[in-house]
Design a protein around this ligand. Structure first.
Ligand SMILES: Cc1cc2nc3c(=O)[nH]c(=O)nc-3n(C[C@H](O)[C@H](O)[C@H](O)COP(=O)(O)OP(=O)(O)OC[C@H]3O[C@@H](n4cnc5c(N)ncnc54)[C@H](O)[C@@H]3O)c2cc1C
Length: 452
């Protein structure tokens, strides 16, 4: 049996790619090792709460996402007005991240010296430091207090990462390009804002959205658009190899051996499992990639039928590493979107771990609960036991685009050259956010369409 494309992994990347190929009438098979599709995206309904594991929100800031949503008939659910308030922990107190020029002047998050430094940022000479870490970039252009109380918690919220490890060029290419192309972050941002050639899809917004029914609606909708027989779940990959007709792949499904011949084999699995996939390559000497740096994260959904703690009137609370608070952050999903908790109740999403916080003290769920209750008492003014408590553990969950990234990118290049038709996609490269995943899949489908 032959098909044009075989996709490995039915997370957001693999499913979007499958949809884009189907739309272009390119035959494909989608192979997934798990019994369910969606990868890390999952929406749960339990005990009158609706909660997410994996991503909680999606920033609808790319045209490709707007176009996809429109095609799929998906209407973004916008966050509440109050979600514009984001809190940062400083000296044990919640401090709102400035959302206007005036609040930037009055905030106690940043030092006076750095506020002045920010004002002259457009005049500062630009640097071209290819392998500069995010921490170094920010200190150079904005100052230490911006690193400590804005960028560090922001990076925890996205990568669960350490700004001293992440390379600005690969982890935050848009920021890097602002300095590279316009000489300054502020000048670049203003230029982009007024750039008339930058046509935006009407749905595009910088807000973090969800979908009616939660983010899993994206997964279900994509899946419904695909022929049922093209999706193979619960597969066990046996081996793949290159031959004179392209690539062949063998797997076990329902205790039976299956195989396919294909022109394109696309890996869209988790980055932490890339070398497991490469080990199933049957040619001798299949090169492994240097192991990607990843962050382990514990996410905890915590719900209360009656909330009696501190008022939750924002997006969430982030804990900068300098505060040594023992957690990365807490999102307030019931304050961001309606219908997440019973009336007068609350839903919180706690994040622990990341590159800077070992998880040794949170090995059991009992220890996690103890930690959650301590944080609730210390920072949320409540000693009540939660009515909902669910723990999700992500081993190697979030790839880090650090100094080893270029080595991995070169290794991928070599493998793709050695085995024509093999493509390594997914969040090992091109961004970890859901919009990045969608953009990568859309662009790659277009590239395949032009080559077939
Ligand atoms: C805890 C957490 C919170 C996050 N929060 C946000 C957020 O708020 N907003 C945001 O935009 N992004 C967020 N992200 C990032 C984003 O969710 C992920 O980058 C994105 O969902 C990854 O999608 P993917 O399809 O590339 O990979 P995955 O979701 O990892 O899916 C890969 C799939 O491939 C399968 N697979 C693996 N190996 C094989 C193989 N050899 N053969 C076949 N199948 C295979 C796996 O079973 C899995 O189903 C978060 C990530 C995590 C872990």
């Amino acid at each position: 049996m032959k098909t044009e494309v075989v996709i490995l992994g039915a997370g957001a990347t693999g499913l979007t790619l499958a949809y884009e190929l189907h739309k272009r009438k390119i035959p494909f098979a989608l192979l997934e090792t798990s019994s369910r599709t969606g990868g890390v995206i999952e929406t749960h309904r339990e005990n009158k709460f609706v909660f997410e594991s994996g991503p909680n929100t999606l920033q609808l800031n790319r045209n490709e996402v707007g176009v996809l949503f429109e095609e799929l008939g998906l209407q973004p659910v916008l966050p509440s007005e109050n979600a514009k308030y984001r809190y940062i922990l400083k000296n044990g107190r919640w401090c709102a991240l400035p959302s206007s020029p005036l609040s930037l002047v009055t905030t106690r998050l940043f030092s006076v010296k750095d506020k002045l430094k920010l004002m002259v940022e457009p005049l500062r000479r630009s640097g071209h430091f290819e392998n500069e870490t995010l921490a170094a970039t920010v200190v150079r252009r904005l100052g230490q207090s911006f690193l400590d109380y804005a960028i560090d918690p922001f990076v925890s919220g996205i990568y669960a990462g350490d700004p001293n490890e992440l390379i600005t060029r690969v982890a935050f290419p848009r920021l890097y390009n602002l300095e590279k192309n316009y000489g300054s972050f502020i000048r670049g941002a203003i230029h982009k804002k007024f750039d008339k050639t930058n046509i935006k899809h009407p749905m595009v917004t910088n807000k973090s959205i969800t979908l009616s029914g939660g983010l899993e609606t994206l997964i279900k909708t994509l899946e419904q658009k695909l022929p049922a027989k093209s999706i193979h779940r619960n597969i066990k990959l046996k081996r793949w190899k290159h031959n004179k007709n392209g690539l062949s792949i063998e797997w076990i499904e329902n205790k039976r051996a299956h195989s396919l011949q294909t022109n394109h084999l696309v890996y869209c699995g988790s980055s932490a499992r890339i070398n497991d996939f490469l080990r199933t390559g049957a040619l001798r000497g299949t090169e492994l990639l240097s192991e990607p740096t990843t962050a382990n994260v514990i996410q905890v959904s915590v719900g209360f039928h009656q909330w009696q703690g501190k008022k939750l009137d924002g997006f969430g609370l982030l804990a900068p590493s300098i505060e040594r608070a023992g957690f990365l952050g807490v999102l307030f999903p019931s304050a961001i979107f309606s219908g997440r908790a019973p009336e007068n109740g609350a839903l919180l999403s706690f994040f622990f771990g990341g590159r800077r916080n070992p998880l040794d003290e949170l090995e059991s769920d009992t220890l996690v609960l103890k930690s959650v209750q301590k944080i609730l008492a210390q920072h949320f003014e409540t000693n009540k036991k939660p009515d909902l408590f669910r723990v999700f553990r992500y081993q190697g969950g979030i790839p880090q685009y650090d100094i080893g990234f270029d080595l991995i990118a070169q290794g991928i290049e070599r493998l793709q050259n050695k085995f024509p038709g093999l493509h390594i996609k997914g969040n090992i490269r091109d961004g970890i956010g859901l919009p990045d995943r969608i953009v990568q899949a859309v662009q790659f489908a277009e590239q395949l369409a032009q080559s077939t």
